[in-house]
Design a binder for this molecule. Structure first.
Ligand code: BEZ
Ligand code: FE
Length: 307
């Protein structure tokens, strides 16, 4: 038998709707209060960043509605990211990398300009005081790997050569390690060159090979939980600096590398994929150097945007 509805009560069924509306209103009111708490931030940019971050974080929580246990798991994860981070290991950067946020930050800061060479992620293995290497020299310094002759020209977007540009170059060895990951203090597979009067440069390096980003920490656990590989596509890092021109941080990638579509940090762009020519042992080299075994060569012309 139908019960009489007490005066003032909502009819059954209709009551759910005002309750959902009330819930949403409470959630929105909290967002509004938190956003407003930043209203008096004197630094306008900081205010924009904090208010936007608040809106996006609350939108995420309201969309996925994490349980309190899930939220605690997230806090534990970030705590672990902090604990493993020190002067040599930067797990927060790795986290930003595997979300594609490092690459997106590079993209928003390097708006496409004419035919300027594209930028990509910096990575954690740059060293500021790398050794100077003469044009034609070898950056390997004993690091294991197949020799690779790298040459190119640095120009500005109007095509004029950029003399005296500083080119820092660094890469992993054949075992997948950068020198900063060695247990001794050796410097290897890195250096800096200076372009000649024609904007040209040339050096011996190692044919790039694939390697994993550090994956023995929380970011590695995350990748494995979501069935993603930590591997990076084979690459050679460059940083090009010249007076009056925008500093370029980039890599070149090896055409045909099967990892090009699966780079763990989303650093690959089509324009940075270069054709490496592979040569048999004993083939003459561009500078007459006698190389034992097979070697490769690649050309990378760099176009720098105005500052
Ligand atoms: C790298 O290319 O060296 C690198 C980039 C992002 C994360 C880890 C390594
Ligand atoms: Fe790298």
């Amino acid at each position: 038998m139908t019960q009489p509805i007490p005066a003032g009560a909502q009819p059954t069924g209709v009551g759910a709707e005002p309750s959902a509306r009330e819930q949403s209103a409470r959630e929105q009111a909290l967002v509004d209060r938190v956003v407003a708490s930043f209203d008096d931030t004197p630094d306008e940019r900081l205010r924009t960043l904090m208010q936007s971050l608040t809106r996006h974080l609350h939108a995420f929580v309201r969309e996925v509605r994490p349980t309190e246990t899930e939220w605690q798991r997230a806090i534990d994860f970030l705590t672990a990211v902090g604990h493993i981070t020190d002067d040599r290991r930067q797990e927060f950067i790795l986290l930003s990398d595997v979300f594609g946020i490092s690459m997106q930050t590079v993209q928003v800061n390097n708006e496409a300009r004419a035919d300027a060479t594209e930028a990509t992620v910096f990575g954690p293995f740059f060293v500021a005081d790398a050794p100077f290497v003469e044009n034609g020299g070898d950056i390997a310094n004993g690091a294991p790997g197949q020799p690779c002759w790298v040459q190119g020209r640095v120009t500005s977007i109007d095509g004029s050569p950029v003399a005296d540009a500083r080119l820092d170059v660094w890469e992993a060895d054949d075992d997948g390690f950068y020198d900063v990951q060695y247990t001794d203090d050796r410097t290897a597979a890195r250096g800096f060159l200076v372009t000649d009067a024609n904007g040209e440069y040339r050096f011996w390096a190692l044919t790039p090979t694939p390697y994993p980003i550090p994956h023995d920490g929380p970011v590695g656990e995350l990748l494995s939980a979501v069935h993603r590989s930590p591997m990076r596509a084979s690459h050679l890092h460059f940083m090009a600096q010249a007076a009056g021109l925008r500093t370029l941080v980039t890599h070149i990638f090896v055409d045909g590398d099967p990892l090009l579509d699966a780079d763990s940090v989303f650093g690959v762009t089509d324009s940075l994929i270069k054709r490496f020519e592979f040569h048999e042992a004993g083939s003459p080299t561009p500078d007459g150097r006698v190389v034992e075994g097979p070697w490769s060569q690649v050309r990378f012309d760099i176009v720098l945007a105005p500052a």
